[in-house]
Design a protein around this ligand. Sequence first.
Ligand code: DGL
Length: 272
Amino acid sequence: MGPIGIFDSGYGGLTILKDIRKKLPQYDYLYLGDNARAPYGPRSFDVVYEFTLQAVNELFSRGCELVIVACNTASAKALRTIQQNDLPRIDKDKRVLGVIRPSSEIIGQVTKSNHIGILATPGTVTSESYLIEIEKFSPQCKVTQHACPMWVPLIENNEHNTSAGKEFIKKDIEELLKADKRIDTILLGCTHYPVLKEYLASIVPENIEIIAQGEIVANSLADYLIRHPWMDSKCSKNGSVHFLTSENKDEFNKNASIYFGERVNASHVKIG
Ligand code: DGL
């Protein structure tokens, strides 16, 4: 038995872990942030795949049987290859799940106008993963993507609350809403973005709903564990949570509470 692994390029996955832990507090969790190599958003397919596989292997080597890739960019660029090519070779009884599919399943049920906006990193947008996945579940929906290359650096540097930061963010929102005026639902397709949710809600028209992924992923994981009791029995349940970062651990501890809502005490890990 082992903890459930949660991986992100940096801090963003903490917003997902926070909701997963609220929903499923009985499980043990091991979080890994590859902060030293973040952001992944502008990196090529090959590099994101290589880094994600290294991180997943690190979590496997620490006893995780199930790993959630709590990063849209890594889910878009690496997940399928890891599931199809690497897992059968590494250990066919381990599992790796992502965040794009659960969000794509749900989002068509939220919109009333059937016009959806996706905000994400350039990597997620160019992969077109959301267009492909939402089409499978809600072919009636028109999906407009908008890449926000500045958002992750702004958030990671804690500059999203400055007036310059807010201007950047507002401009991206205006561009998205100009591209499709009927959008009534915006999915935050990057796990860093929930820290902006309040500000975003204050600048969009009232009829627009902004959806973060945490609760969706938490519900989907709960459902997965019910449907796969063999995997559930391999996930230890002592209610613990531990954190690993590839960067300086004091720096990680200082910033993590913005995303996780609690103080954390991380250990340093060298990945790759
Ligand atoms: N949090 C990651 C995501 O959900 C993106 C951060 C990055 O660019 O590394 O896409």
